[in-house]
Design a protein around this ligand. Structure first.
Ligand SMILES: Cc1ncc(COP(=O)(O)O)c(C=O)c1O
Length: 440
């Protein structure tokens, strides 16, 4: 079946195939972000609008990837296009100097995110994670960082550990560490295991960084007790809790996962939705900790460089448009996304089971992922999920869905405001069609 699905996929995308061959001669693997590869070759995007992407071979897909989950209001959100176009035509696009919109966005983030008293912007979620661990080390005067097995915080040198199963250490060659790597793995949702990891760090424990709901590791939900227990324990040990809210921020609730589960971390990292579809990251937290990066009085103890594109005006303008829209419409928008997410998870699982397929759907709010375990599965952590995941079935599922006009990553993705009932019904139809290929 896989050969048939791949054959059809390839036959219907001749222009993409040609472009991919050129890409392979210009870039390693033909890509610049590993997750963007699709076997046997990726389709090339022409444009995106609302819940859809369109490829250069003339196909339209219902998109659940939504620009790495950035587009909570749908692709090409008209107010963002209007604001960005106006900004460019009237004011230019990059100054490398301070401007009004960065102040307004910082104020809005402080208003919306519970742990945010102060904001330092950078250009990506990866940088934000790197800077947050740096701040935590400087603030505590300690070195060890705890990180969830299967957690993803970007590919910074500080956090490229225990990302992919079997979670046995560094996830890249070229890192400047020996066996004494400064990162210790933590099993998600396992308080005893987490306490053991804290003990291992001893009095050198600077921080635990975690996605409150693990994203790339399989959209695994935490229990509130686990998050609260960690917060109390980490405080008792004089260390910091960092929530990586790059995916969950402004997505699960206006105040992110910390509002959703009612547990406020010491520091948080933000990205994705924050920039309204443009590149942006931020570290947020208490004023006294963030103040370590204040360079106005001389050399700051913590260098948060920000970068050439820090507070990039178009990211600020787009971020302001999206966050203000979310704020003004939060009372109906988040319950609606939550309800759509529940419906998608329930019906997806139902369709899989009705066809006799051992599929498990995870996720929270407007996020969902589909897993194909080889037997029984425990969905409490990325490690337990990864143990017997049938990756080949996942690949076939994705191809079958592509051939039916739906694009997913990790079997699912994110639901935007533009994924209305009609679009979701069309997805369920495509899914029913696709899973028939899985049973053959
Ligand atoms: C939870 C999480 N943290 C950090 C990052 C890195 O963010 P960026 O890709 O903006 O560098 C990602 C990206 O997918 C992410 O999912």
């Amino acid at each position: 079946m896989r050969e048939r699905a791949e054959y059809r996929y390839a036959r219907e995308r001749p222009a993409s195939r040609v472009l991919y061959e050129k890409a392979c001669r210009a870039m390693p693997g033909g890509i610049s972000h590993n997750i963007r590869h699709v076997r046997p070759f990726p389709f090339y995007v022409q444009r995106a609008e609302g819940p859809y992407i369109f490829d250069i071979d003339g196909h339209r897909y219902i998109d659940f990837w939504m620009g790495h989950y950035t587009q909570i209001l749908g692709h090409a959100f008209p107010p963002v296009i209007e604001a960005v176009t106006k900004f460019i035509s009237q004011r230019g696009y990059h100054f490398g100097l301070v401007h009004r919109e960065e102040v307004e966005l910082a104020q809005l983030v402080i208003e919306l995110v519970p742990c945010a008293e102060s904001v330092r912007f950078c250009s990506s979620g990866t940088e934000a994670g790197m800077y947050a661990t740096r701040l935590a080390r400087a603030y505590t005067g300690r070195r060890k960082i705890l990180k969830v097995m299967g957690g993803w915080h970007g590919a910074s040198t500080d956090l490229t550990f225990y990302i992919h199963p079997p979670f046995n250490g560094m996830d890249s060659l070229g890192l400047p560490f020996n066996e004494e790597a400064p990162v210790i793995p933590v099993p998600f949702n396992d308080m005893e295991g987490t306490l053991r990891a804290m003990d291992r760090a001893g009095d050198d424990l600077a921080a635990l960084i975690m996605e409150p709901m693990v994203g790339a590791g399989g959209f695994v939900q935490p229990s509130r007790e686990y998050l609260q227990g960690i917060k109390e324990e980490i405080e008792r040990r004089g260390a910091l809790l960092i929530f990586d809210e790059v995916v969950t921020g402004f997505r699960l609730a206006l105040g992110g996962a910390q509002e959703y589960w009612g547990v406020t971390p010491h520091l948080a990292t933000l990205g994705k939705v924050l920039g309204g579809g443009f590149p942006l990251g931020a570290v947020v937290g208490p004023r006294d900790i963030l103040a370590l990066s204040d360079g106005t009085k001389g050399n700051p103890p913590v260098l948060i460089g920000g970068g050439t594109f820090s507070c990039y005006p178009l990211s600020m303008v787009a971020g302001l448009k999206v966050l203000n829209y979310l704020k003004e419409n939060a009372s109906w928008l988040y319950p609606l996304l939550e309800e759509r997410g529940k419906r998608v998870r329930a019906i997806t699982e139902h369709i899989l089971l009705a066809h006799g397929i051992n599929g498990v759907v995870t996720g929270t709010g407007s996020l969902f992922a589909v897993h194909f375990p080889k037997g029984e599965v425990n969905v409490s952590s990325p490690a337990s999920l990864a143990q017997n995941e049938d990756n080949e079935k996942g690949h076939l599922f994705r191809l079958l869905l592509l051939n039916a006009g739906v694009f997913v990553v990790h079997g699912g993705g994110s639901i935007s405001l533009r994924h209305d009932e009609r679009v979701l019904d069309r997805y369920f139809e495509a899914l029913s069609q696709a899973v028939q290929g899985l049973t053959r």
